[in-house]
Design a protein around this ligand. Structure first.
Ligand SMILES: C[S@@+](CC[C@H](N)C(=O)[O-])C[C@H]1O[C@@H](n2cnc3c(N)ncnc32)[C@H](O)[C@@H]1O
Length: 667
């Protein structure tokens, strides 16, 4: 620290007066000052190291209908149909990537990742367009030539929170959000790994500085300029913006990089190539390069090189080329090599990418995901910076473009996203990729959908690890018992004994409580159905924090066919709020769904198109608030509409506190 006595006195005075220090002290006070650094309010190098358990929501190795047959014809990893049967399972993780990255970095999956050689490539495309991914426009119709109409999907609570985290204080909060995540990604990336970060003009200046700080300017490789828009309208205050930037950094010197090639431009071919006698297109290319070298014999002519240049071929190669007619002389007598177009890989790709088109709604790969990136873009990145079998990761995976390309190119992958819509879109897309690979007779890997354990639940079930094993088991058993009692109390059900799957009863229905830290799976429900059949039980409620994806409505239909009325209900987070339980305010919502089909009819000239939404299926066993609860909480002279078990009921309280209920549903 090189401070004068005057400066020291000034600092002390300012601190005592609780006044901010002038900017110059930032650089004078700290030894590890950097020449250029991006600073923002609240900047810190501290990263979270929280580890939450991952829960498997679903395991997918499509197509499911087939029984896995092991003939061992393709080694130990894949069965004879190409389906993976051992080893690494790809991962699609639902949740905030900060917690995911920290749990991957510090938790047990890290070992699994390292066993595969670590993560060799990360591509991310964070939400740099303020809010675009949280409140999205979904286009409907348009497939049969009719015009499209747009619905706006509102963000859910989780997405809204993330939106506030990311954009709450404008660019500041975005930078803080991405900085911490990039630090975590650097620590997770293999020593010989590469990272590509996609952004646009709004953030590229910040991003370059942040990335150079985290990965070091020494390992900056490129700013790739991707021209995503071909034509632009005239702008009143500047030139049209038609490109995004993708920053490419590596973690060290020793990374894989493979040059990529693109097709030659037609105009380029016409201007540079001509046909030989057989019609084969060729051009001639100089045999000179910078450096010093001796004169060479070109078919009897001894030719010197110009100063500072040398002939790139050896004498043997020159002689061989003459035998094969692969050297021509230019009009001023300089020898050049013949290069045939059909022998070229294409034009080498540089940092200007203008041959990859943005996805439009008509594109075959379009998935109606507003920020979806083209497959060709990811193909180029993945081929350049990874090998087959490497792990490729995208922690802002959106519609899953990176993962789909990685799978098709034989890479392993990890993807994550916060949005439920993104996870559903990616899930569906990856099943399609698996099916496509199978149809082409290629190998494909299984993948699992994971999410992160919830804090409250982990805390609730947590046992004291310092206890002896026997004591620990006892404590765990007690905690599970307490958990069941808590849920039954919140659900206002009575406890029952002597059942395998049932814990309580309420209003003539038996109640089964799912596990605290895992989703209810098909297997769990099948056990419930089995006990129902054995004991002739016909009305059942299953309560759970989560249900395996794709479980309903099929499972309810299956139960119905066996004479069992099965209601699946979500346990709300409020069960952990003692006051809400005491006040009977905890509402268990039914697992409900609707299935709709949009019908778009083209309007006559000059009129708007008509849209109808046909309800094709729905779950009716739906409860929102309960009649009892409404009756208890209503003030005198007021009324409230509740939905209980699919019926719409008006609950009214008169001036004297007398409660009446009127069922408004017709049947
Ligand atoms: C620009 S999109 C990615 C699009 C993707 N490249 C594709 O081709 O479909 C950004 C994604 O990041 C997700 N996201 C935003 N904040 C996140 C967070 N904190 N954790 C995980 N995902 C997040 C959004 O839900 C969105 O799907």
């Amino acid at each position: 620290m090189k401070l004068t006595d005057n400066e020291k006195r000034e600092i002390l005075k300012l601190i005592e007066a609780e006044k901010p220090l002038p900017d110059k002290y930032r650089f004078l006070l700290f030894d590890d000052k950097r020449e250029v650094e991006l600073v923002w309010n609240g900047k810190t190098n501290e990263v979270t190291n929280i580890v939450l358990p991952f829960q498997v929501i679903e395991q997918i190795d499509e197509p499911r209908a087939e029984r896995q047959v092991d003939t061992g014809t393709q080694g130990d990893l894949f069965d004879f149909r190409g389906r993976q049967k051992a080893g690494w399972t790809n991962k699609l993780i639902w949740g905030d990537n900060k917690l995911i990255l920290s749990s991957l970095k510090n938790g047990p999956i890290r070992e699994e990742i390292e066993k595969q050689g670590g993560i060799k490539l990360i591509y991310i495309d964070p939400p740099f367009d303020v809010g675009a991914d949280f409140s999205m426009d979904i286009e409907i119709g348009g497939s049969t030539g009719s015009p499209t109409e747009t619905f706006t999907k509102k963000p859910n609570v989780l997405e809204e929170l993330a939106y506030r985290d990311t954009w709450g204080k404008g660019a500041d909060s975005f930078i803080a959000m991405i900085f911490e995540r990039l630090l975590l990604m650097r620590d997770l990336l293999a020593e010989d790994g590469s990272i590509y970060v996609h952004c646009d003009y709004r953030l590229n200046s910040y991003m370059r500085l942040i990335l150079s700080e985290i990965f070091s300017e020494q390992f900056y490789k490129n700013e790739l300029v991707w021209q995503k828009i071909r034509t632009t309208k005239a702008q009143s205050i500047g030139f049209g913006i038609v490109h995004d930037s993708i920053f490419f950094y590596t973690k060290s010197e020793k990374t894989k990089f493979e040059n990529q090639y693109k097709e030659f431009d037609e105009d380029y071919i016409t201007s540079h190539y001509k046909p030989d006698a057989s019609g084969r297109l060729f051009r001639t290319v100089s045999l000179l390069q910078r450096g010093n070298g001796a004169a060479k014999n070109f078919n009897g002519k001894i030719l010197e090189t110009p100063a500072g240049m040398h002939w790139i071929w050896s004498q043997e190669r020159i002689d061989e080329a003459f035998k094969n007619d692969l050297i021509r002389f230019t009009s001023n007598g300089r020898p050049e090599k013949v290069q045939y177009l059909d022998e070229m890989k294409g034009d080498i790709v540089d940092d200007l990418w203008h041959d990859i088109y943005l996805i439009n709604s008509q594109a075959i790969e379009a998935l109606d995901y507003p920020t979806q990136k083209p497959v060709a873009l990811l193909e180029r990145i993945i081929k350049a910076s990874s090998n087959e079998n490497d792990i490729v990761a995208d922690f802002f995976c959106g519609s899953g473009t990176t993962l789909a390309v990685a799978e098709r190119l034989g890479r392993k992958w990890i993807g994550s996203d916060l949005g439920k819509f993104a996870i559903h879109t990616t899930r569906k897309r990856m099943i399609g990729v698996q099916r496509g690979l199978k149809a082409d007779g290629k190998d494909f890997r299984a993948f699992e959908i994971l999410n992160l354990g919830k804090y409250e639940r982990a805390h609730y079930i947590g046992v004291n690890m310092n206890l002896r094993e026997e004591e620990r088991q006892k404590q765990l058993l007690q905690k599970e018992k307490d958990f069941i009692s808590l849920i039954l109390k919140a659900y206002r059900a009575e406890g029952v004994e002597n059942f395998k799957c049932f814990h309580g009863k309420k209003a003539g229905r038996l109640v089964s409580v799912g596990p605290i830290n895992l989703p209810v799976t098909r297997l769990f429900v099948e056990e419930v159905i089995l006990e129902c059949r054995e004991k002739r039980i016909s009305r059942v409620d299953i309560l759970a924090f989560e249900f395996e994806m794709g479980l309903f409505p099929n499972i309810q239909e299956e139960a119905k066919a066996k004479g069992i009325d099965l209601a699946l209900k979500y346990i709300p987070r409020e069960v952990f709020d003692k006051r809400a339980v005491e006040k009977n305010q905890v509402v268990f919502h039914d697992v409900s769904y609707i299935e709709v089909k949009p019908l778009v009819r083209a309007g006559k000239k000059g009129t708007l198109p008509a849209i109808a939404v046909e309800l094709t299926d729905f779950s009716v066993y739906y409860t929102q608030d309960s009649v009892d609860n409404a009756a208890q909480t209503l003030k005198d002279g007021k009324n409230k509409i509740v939905v209980e078990q699919g019926k719409i009921i008006k609950v009214s309280k008169d001036k004297n506190g007398i409660v009446t209920r009127e069922t408004l549903t017709k049947k």
